[in-house]
Design a protein around this ligand. Sequence first.
Ligand SMILES: Nc1nc2c(c(=O)[nH]1)N[C@H]1C(S)=C(S)[C@@H](COP(=O)(O)OP(=O)(O)OC[C@H]3O[C@@H](n4cnc5c(=O)[nH]c(N)nc54)[C@H](O)[C@@H]3O)O[C@H]1N2
Ligand SMILES: Nc1nc2c(c(=O)[nH]1)N[C@H]1C(S)=C(S)[C@@H](COP(=O)(O)OP(=O)(O)OC[C@H]3O[C@@H](n4cnc5c(=O)[nH]c(N)nc54)[C@H](O)[C@@H]3O)O[C@H]1N2
Ligand code: SF4
Ligand SMILES: [Mo]
Length: 718
Amino acid sequence: MTHTTTHKTYCRFCLGCCGIEVDVQEGQPVALRGDPSNPLTGGFTCLRGRELITMHTHPERIRHALKRTENGFEQIPLSQALDEIAATVGALIARDGGRAIATYNGSWAYSNFPTLAVSKAFHRAIGSPSLYSPMSLDQPAKAFVPFRFGIWSGGMHTFSDADVALFIGNNPLVSQYAAKSGLPVYNPWRRLQDAINNGLQLLVIDPRRTEVANRAALHLQPYPGEDPVILAGMLRVIIDENLHDASFCTDYVDHLAAFRAALEPFTSEYCARRAGVPAEQIVAAARLFAQGSKGAAVTGTGPEMSPRGWLGEWLVLALNTVCGRYYREGETPRTAPPLSPPQTQRAEVFFPPEPWGEQMLQSRVRGLGQLGDEFPCNVMADEILTPGEGRIRALFVLGGNPMVAFPNQLKMASALEDLELLVAVDPWMSATAKRAHYIIPPVLQLERADATLLGELYFEEAYAHYTERVLEPGPDMLEEWELYWELAKRLDGPLEINRNPLNMDTRPDKHSLTALLTQGSRVPLEQVRIDTAATGGKLYPELRTAVAPRSPDNQNRFRLLPPDIAAQLAELAAEPLDADGRPAHIREHGATHLLASRRIRQFFNSTGHNFPNLRDKGSTNHAYLHPDDMAALGLENEDLVELSADTGAIVGVVMAADDIKPGVVSMAHAFGDTDSDTGNVRSQGSSTNRLVSDERYFDPITGQARQSAIPVSIRKIC
Ligand SMILES: Nc1nc2c(c(=O)[nH]1)N[C@H]1C(S)=C(S)[C@@H](COP(=O)(O)OP(=O)(O)OC[C@H]3O[C@@H](n4cnc5c(=O)[nH]c(N)nc54)[C@H](O)[C@@H]3O)O[C@H]1N2
Ligand SMILES: Nc1nc2c(c(=O)[nH]1)N[C@H]1C(S)=C(S)[C@@H](COP(=O)(O)OP(=O)(O)OC[C@H]3O[C@@H](n4cnc5c(=O)[nH]c(N)nc54)[C@H](O)[C@@H]3O)O[C@H]1N2
Ligand code: SF4
Ligand SMILES: [Mo]
């Protein structure tokens, strides 16, 4: 009789870290289900998490190192691939210097925690600052605006404590995206419904009547790209009606009067006409939000990817701050990440040094500089293509897919083609992997020991889970970070993590490496391992502590209106409008529609497109159009259209959607390749990033291009 063992582990498809049980027979996974005993996720899994077995056993999974030759890809031994890659890297460094070697840590690099630290250690060792990650494609303003605005040490109100929540351009019922203060990832449908049943006022601003919008007490449905206008309008109402938290503002907020003066042009009528929502809704949203006692406004990808994403995030922080949506002295915030170092949270504002600007290394193009220890993704293609010192000649792509995720797809194709060495660590023949000189197959999640290290920053509770590996990886597979250790060893470069030199004779094991990365944590990694490796994740409520008083020497105050923000508000108000009250720039190049980005349930960016159960739910990224637009263009469902912008054109498969306004087209990104055409678009979709310019519109600090609210022209393909 076949023996079955059951292992408790957790899903790493997204940062939700849902507790699961996996049944294994003779080394093969045979069944998987949510773990009902998990104290955080309670047995929840989503349709992507339920495909983990397919992910591991799929016949198309790349299991051996591949080298591109004149005859296509050929399987070679892993050690040979590593030797050849190291030799090329060594020669390039000797010829061009360290900066010629670049890494892009894609979204799956984040799923294996040590990857970021070890890739950075490798880059330090070879003297290369050429690091990239989706951080600068994916809501960078959210991460960096607070550095300038001010950060409340006690933390912002979380969803579970809220009596009001404002979701702006996020759809967590589909994306299950763990925005801080937003809806937690695990079991979002039930958690949202329970909260509404308990009296939560949910407000949503989204150009689409989304799954969350359908549950909202009030949904504002603007044109894409108008969030800064709506937020300015709401703030004006709140301050004029004295609905803000005046005593908090007296104690902690600067420039309130000047800020109100800068909002003068943003009357409800102006904002309403421009954004395409009734003026009364702007007033009602302002009142409902401000009258709540706890709960924050949170944004997703929508507003940040649209024009003036930095200003939009600023105004969201301003809204939360003037309404005082922070934990005060004596209150106990819900979170206390067990594997992070302890921190005293105080009733005070702090300003970390801004990790951008003139003091940082500058890119060779577009006047953009480093953001933290990375360059903005926006410059990567041009850093490859632009001749001169520092030009990127070798690129490692770990769990990412620049061919579909970066702006200006056609330029990215030329850039990848131009490289002397492209290495993809990817289990699938992705649009990027196809162009690589070498593909290295990664060890996948059930084959790894891991701890809930990034996820814990987003959980609403103090919770941790350590998992051992459940399945054995193939002999020719590597974890992403192991690639860098293997290359460093071959290049004689010492690697240092947290100032500790790594053993360069024997590869460190995952546990000791993770222990190094979590030195000084609230709970030692080994303790979390003892507590959870066999029985599943654990809550550590005893770690929660109350917010301490303001330190006597801390006089910091939130800055509502520094000069750059005053200038941006003035520019926004001065934008020329057309006869309908819409900004003239949305008609650039004769554009007929605004393309709004979205996510779809079955795929996670470009992952899962070849999983049969997910493909069954639809294999293309439909171009959703309002029925009136379809009638005007003579279109029926499933007809083909061309969507074009100055950077290129794509084919789209049309689908009617009355949940958006006429003039808007709603489409998911991360589909297709440069060969997407009328023949294959139904099975592989098209990349909306071919319509995104990296040069003409981008944020001057983060480099984020206009990845939503993109002006496009649509015509029927006969
Ligand atoms: N199923 C699934 N889940 C995912 C992903 C996936 O591909 N598939 N991707 C993951 C990733 S990488 C991320 S970063 C998260 C993202 O998580 P979310 O940001 O929640 O992603 P979306 O569901 O696309 O929600 C974005 C919303 O913004 C709206 N929008 C577009 N433009 C604008 C605008 O100008 N203003 C406003 N107010 N709204 C706008 C869209 O209509 C859409 O409803 O999701 C993660 N989860
Ligand atoms: N226009 C537009 N552009 C966007 C966005 C948008 O909404 N609109 N969203 C942006 C956002 S939020 C993000 S996060 C980026 C995403 O940017 P990327 O991270 O570059 O894109 P993904 O499609 O997530 O790439 C994931 C890659 O990892 C591979 N992979 C899958 N599983 C594993 C694994 O276990 N290990 C390894 N090593 N690899 C694996 C997949 O095959 C795929 O090639 O795109 C951004 N670009
Ligand atoms: S929500 Fe995220 S972690 Fe949970 S099952 Fe789905 S993909 Fe996995
Ligand atoms: Mo993302």
